[in-house]
Design a protein around this ligand. Structure first.
Ligand code: SF4
Ligand code: SF4
Length: 353
């Protein structure tokens, strides 16, 4: 018999869920959802699990990741139970369930924890600067070294174990099946969804949604390209014109797209930007700051002014460290990865049946 977690609803509220207890199970949300179908029926089922406290069923489900938060279900719900927001909150809840460190949950549930973590990093960098430990060139060198170590370290210590935990909860535990050939067969799902997120195009066929998808697509490509340019081609020290121009283009694109995202959230133009959790703000604002500060640092390098305006580099490195150690491993950035793996695992599960 399924176990009931009587405090599940209360827990979900800490992850941003609102009003879902008002649901009277009419099914309108599932009927209007463009991504729901016979095999993958949601969000009504997830609302039911949440109301009944079936937390183990939620943990074993990939459905919260199949939702792209277009908000149609919320718009049509006769009870104003906000099923779209519930799906978003379940993704935050699942992120903290997959995370072995417990830090993702702590940060999602406590704004104060986020602020303390950000402040500690600011304090560390200001303290390091005040101690005169590093000269100008050393700051540049160690900044670049940090990027490389952070990527490798965060991936090996946090992200990889968490993806294995996700696999255990959503593939192994419910099916108890493992056939390697299905993992090879389904690999294209992972790559296609990771790079294109094309499923969100089916969410809504209007022009606004297509623009939103295109901006996401540009953002993902620019982010990955800037990562490659700064980490592997050492953009801030590069002299090759193609590398220099590419860095400007990618960082500029990140800044432009994220600025538009911030404006959308501020204006609450669509259902999906009506409810914004602090983690959503941190993700989009820090990405915007990353694009802007990287662009500014390289511009100052080109005009040979970086040494006299070193505070710009200090701001960039602070934003970078906060991004790499807080937002990437424990914040909204992981949603991009978990969603891609959810599509992959979902395909594996279907092949195994
Ligand atoms: S439309 Fe609203 S009331 Fe109906 S099942 Fe969905 S969440 Fe519940
Ligand atoms: S937010 Fe959109 S994709 Fe998600 S469940 Fe609701 S209608 Fe479906």
């Amino acid at each position: 018999m399924a176990k009931t977690d009587l405090k599940f609803g209360k827990k979900l509220k800490k992850y941003g869920a609102v009003d879902f207890n008002a649901c009277y199970n009419c099914g309108t949300c599932t009927a209007v959802c463009a991504l729901s179908n016979e095999k993958d029926s949601f969000p009504r089922e997830m609302v039911r699990y949440s109301v009944l406290g079936l937390s183990e069923d939620v943990k074993g489900s990939l459905k919260p990741w199949l939702c792209y938060y277009c908000g149609e279900c919320t718009a049509y719900c006769p009870q104003e139970a906000k099923p779209g927001e519930l799906m978003m909150s379940l993704r935050r809840y699942l992120t903290s369930h997959y995370d072995w460190t417990g830090l993702a949950g702590l940060l999602y549930r406590n704004l104060a924890a986020y602020l303390v973590a950000f402040t500690l990093i600011i304090g560390g960098i200001v303290g390091l600067y005040a101690s005169n430990t590093f000269q100008f060139e050393e700051w540049m060198h160690y900044g670049h070294l940090f990027e490389m170590l952070a990527i490798g370290g965060v991936f090996a210590v946090i992200i990889l174990p968490n993806i294995i935990r996700m696999w255990y909860s959503t593939v192994w535990k419910p099916t108890k099946k493992f056939k390697l050939k299905f993992y090879f067969k389904a690999i294209s799902e992972l790559l296609v969804h990771m790079f294109t997120q094309k499923r969100s195009l089916s969410c809504d066929s209007d022009t606004k949604n297509k623009i939103w998808w295109f901006e996401h697509f540009v953002l993902v490509l620019s982010y990955l390209a800037l990562l490659f340019t700064t980490v592997f081609l050492d953009w801030f020290s590069a002299t090759n014109t193609i590398v220099v121009v590419a860095g400007y283009v990618f960082s500029g694109a990140i800044f432009v797209v994220t600025t538009d995202f911030v404006i959308r959230r501020m204006r609450k133009r669509s259902e999906k930007s009506t409810f914004t959790h602090p983690s959503d703000w941190f993700f989009v604002i820090w990405l915007m700051l990353m694009g802007f500060s990287a662009f500014a640092v390289r511009l100052l390098v080109d005009f040979e002014m970086l040494q006299s305006t070193f505070w710009v580099f200090l701001i960039h490195i602070t934003v970078l460290v906060q991004w790499a150690l807080i937002i990437v491993p424990f914040g909204k950035w992981t949603h991009f990865l978990y969603r891609s793996f959810a599509m992959y695992f979902d395909k594996v599960n279907k092949l195994s049946k």
